[in-house]
Design a protein around this ligand. Structure first.
Ligand code: UDP
Length: 347
């Protein structure tokens, strides 16, 4: 198959590219390196089946050509992180909405298959877990910047489904929950690479709030396997699927486990949300996917458990010594109090 991955130099994109190349597919990527990195694809640059374009998806001529040459498009390129949303809100919302609209409209010309990645963030402030794909989305007000990320991704989902219903473009939407693993940067504050790097450096591990908030972490290999199966399934067309793990852990428990598995002496420190993010910041206390829909379609079951996930990140960071990616202070508070980041295309 000929595959196009937008955002292919990103954390998840680069793993997806690798898996398709291993399978013998031809893969092209387009990435503007805004949050992705050439380091993520350096090892595959010489693969004869691989072509890369460092450019923006909104370069219509290039994207049109790449889509035309592809059998399947994975659209992962997106502005991720509320830091970007707060600093460049117009650019961020436009990137998420415009790029998706362009990809879908170009794919519509020859009805190419498109998988759009979305995020568990679209569930917003919902408190009843687990989250099912047909649950109502509970958004906060437009005055709080973080919700524009959820809303822009929700618009992407509406568009994907509309293109299927109205123009018969075979689309599928994947809502990724906290996806982690090698190559994820801590630069935007994502908790797992941040805590691992702090533990490896012997610095204080920054747990926000009292650490009782809970998350479910999915290894990128499980997430990518699910994306590939969803993209191939005719029955997935026009549908939304959660991809994640339903093994919950509190952030404090996570910090303790990281400390233990890395053999670190780092102290665990508690940082108030007001200092880490902004006054009145609302964190989601729990975010658990209901996985029954994806299980019944593709038999999805995450293989890597929490310890495996943590171990893979420790090993990767030890082997690469990338401490410069994690700031010593709570990541964004120092620069701008209300800024924070998400796993975005990653969660
Ligand atoms: N978090 C933390 N310390 C950090 C970074 C994040 O305690 O250094 C917390 C954060 O407040 C949230 C959880 O970890 O409750 C997951 O944060 P992340 O940004 O990784 O993902 P998301 O909030 O999108 O689930």
């Amino acid at each position: 198959m000929r595959i196009l991955v937008t955002g292919g130099a990103g954390f998840i994109g680069s793993h997806l590219v690798e898996r398709h190349l291993d399978r013998g597919d031809e893969v092209s990527i387009i990435d503007d390196l805004s949050t992705g990195s050439i380091d993520n694809i350096r090892h595959i640059k010489k693969n004869p089946g691989f072509t890369y374009h460092i450019d923006t998806v909104t370069n219509e001529r290039l994207t049109a050509e790449l889509i035309d040459e592809s059998d399947l498009v994975y659209h992962l390129a997106a502005a991720v992180g509320v830091r970007l949303i707060v600093e460049s809100p117009v650019k961020t919302i436009e990137t998420n909405v415009r790029a998706t609209e362009l990809v879908l409209s170009l794919a519509a010309k020859k009805r190419k298959r498109v998988l759009i990645t979305s995020t568990s963030e679209v569930y917003g402030k919902r408190t009843e877990v687990p989250f099912r794909e047909d649950d109502d989305l509970v958004m906060g007000p437009p005055s709080k910047g973080r919700w524009s990320y959820a809303c822009s991704k929700a618009i992407d989902e509406f568009m994907a489904i509309a293109y299927w219903k109205e123009k018969l473009v075979p689309t599928v939407v994947a809502r990724l929950f906290n996806t982690v693993g090698p190559r994820q940067t801590g630069r935007y504050g994502m908790v797992l690479p941040t805590l691992v790097q702090q533990a490896l450096d012997g610095r204080e591990m920054t747990v926000y709030g009292d650490g009782s908030q809970r998350r479910c972490f999915t290894h990128v290999s499980d997430a990518v396997g699910a994306l590939m199966k969803l993209a191939e399934q005719p029955a997935a067309v026009g549908e939304v699927y959660n991809i994640g793990s339903d093994q919950e852990v509190s952030i404090l428990e996570l910090a303790k486990r990281i400390k233990q598995l890395s053999g670190s002496d780092s102290p665990i420190g508690f940082v108030p949300y007001s200092q880490a993010y902004e006054e009145g910041f609302e964190d989601m206390m729990r975010r658990v996917p209901d996985l029954s829909k994806i299980k019944s379609l593709i038999g999805y079951s995450p293989r890597v458990d929490l310890d495996g996930v943590i171990a893979s990140v420790i090993e990767h960071r030890r082997s690469r010594s990338i401490s410069s990616q994690v700031p010593a202070t709570p990541p964004v508070a120092a620069a701008r109090p209300e800024a924070r980041a998400y796993s975005g295309a990653n969660t």
